[in-house]
Design a protein around this ligand. Structure first.
Ligand code: HAM
Length: 410
């Protein structure tokens, strides 16, 4: 009996060629753009103590309430596959005493993240993020810098995205506003969706996110947090905006912008691409001036963003790949020459030449066809003599083994 075929778990996917290269190219572009602005690469574990996310991301969020992949290890510790990067980066900042370094500390990372969400186009249970964080300064220039760096990354990958921007003020403003909004919503409770009513106590702001018609009608007249900012927070937001304006970065101030994480203070933003349909958020972030302290560190402001790799590649479509370096194909004219061909391919590769070698026992005719299919610029025919065929011009000549590297490097 044939064994049953196995498939990837729900909400996950295999990365197949040519997507593997596209993902690496995106990572390389992020390294380049962020590296130029002083962001250094870090890596944190893919799983952490569950408490880190419960405390960091926030107990009332969908992520913590419904979406975490949590398990017990053999020692009975509760661990969770990271649903996002910021909490882990802040934990590392505290754990390694990075507050003693010159501030701000600018870090970036990329890798897999895990959320148990209902899968659909652009929404997966394992996805990749590129994440950038700046810790240790509340300078609005950091907020603006980070937004512009993400805009540059998206633009470079052909993603036309709309930028929504808002400010949440500090924790106290948010609390006061939460009470005001809750009282406002209670007065019109019968018009609200069941879900929003259920969340009224814990997170009334979520009502802005609802697509329920009754709720939307109520929200149109709701008080706005942006009108309740303390003068200092309003001035901070004005500075961020002025820097974006001067840089010619277009955005829309949207005080109904709700982010799905609890740690935000002051600036919040999201880039949305209409090309993505329902899951339109391609990248987003904001300031989290209380998070490091929540995680047991000294009071430390911070700001950052994360962008979804799959969503960038979906929204950007096919971007023109740079011209590939020329390709040599080493053909084996006689089976007894296979070892020599193997050695020649190795020599060429070590000399920096992109080289394919016949490794499937094809006939000479089959090999030439295959070389053509691969787009080879040169075919090195290893027989009793060594011959070099120029695939573009068509001419073929005998060549010495020592002259080969130079001949195919032209
Ligand atoms: P987030 O908005 O939850 O923010 O996620 C950032 C991006 O990750 C989203 O815009 C989206 O592109 C991608 N993403 C999220 N969930 C999924 C999913 N299930 N499938 C595919 N892509 C997804 C954060 O994670 C914050 N840590 C960002 C941040 C950094 N804030 C401050 N610093």
């Amino acid at each position: 009996m044939a064994a049953a075929k196995l498939q990837v778990p729900r909400g996950t996917f295999d990365v197949l060629p040519p997507d593997g290269e596209r993902r690496r190219a995106l990572d390389a572009a992020a390294a380049e753009i962020l590296g130029r602005a002083g962001y250094a690469a870090v890596e944190t574990p893919v799983f952490e103590d569950t408490a880190l996310f419960a405390r960091g991301v926030g107990e009332s969020t969908d992520i913590v309430q419904k979406e975490m992949f949590t398990f017990e290890d053999k020692g009975g510790r509760s661990l969770t596959l990271r649903p996002e990067a910021t909490a882990g980066v802040c934990r590392a900042y505290v754990e390694h005493g990075m507050h003693k370094l010159a501030q701000p500390v600018k870090l970036w990372c990329s890798g897999p993240f895990f959320r148990h969400e209902a899968p659909q186009a652009g929404r997966y249970r394992q996805f990749a993020q590129i994440d950038a964080e700046a810790l240790g300064s509340d300078d609005p220039a950091l907020d603006a810098e980070l937004i512009l760096l993400l805009a540059e990354l998206l633009e470079g990958h052909g993603v036309a995205a709309r930028l929504r921007l808002s400010s949440l003020g500090d924790a106290e403003t948010r609390r006061g506003y939460g009470d005001e909004l809750r009282a406002f919503l209670r007065e019109q409770e019968s018009r609200l969706s069941v879900e929003v009513r259920g969340r009224l106590e814990q997170n009334p702001l979520r009502a802005f996110d609802s697509d329920h018609p009754g709720t939307r009608a109520v929200m149109a007249g709701a008080p706005r947090l942006i009108d309740r900012l303390e003068p200092e927070d309003a001035a901070h937001f004005a500075d961020v905006r002025a820097l974006l304006d001067e840089a010619g970065c277009e955005y829309e101030v949207d005080s109904g912008l709700v982010r799905g994480l609890d740690y935000y203070t002051r600036t919040v933003f999201e880039f949305e691409s209409p090309a993505l349909g329902a899951q339109s958020g391609v990248g987003g972030g904001g300031r989290y001036d209380g998070l490091v302290e929540t995680l047991g560190g000294p009071p430390t402001p911070g700001v950052g963003w994360a962008a979804g790799v799959e969503r960038i590649l979906l929204a950007g479509g096919a971007t023109a790949a740079g011209a590939a370096p020329s390709l040599a194909y080493v053909a084996v004219a006689k089976p007894e020459r296979a070892r020599q061909a193997f050695a020649i391919a190795r020599t060429l590769r070590r000399a920096g030449v992109r080289t394919e070698l016949e490794q499937a026992g094809r006939s000479m005719k089959g090999q030439m066809k295959h070389a053509d299919r691969l787009g080879a610029d040169w075919v090195v025919i290893v027989g009793d003599e060594l011959e070099l065929k120029d695939m573009a011009g068509g001419d073929q000549r005998v060549v010495g083994e020592r002259d080969l590297v130079e001949a195919v490097s032209r």
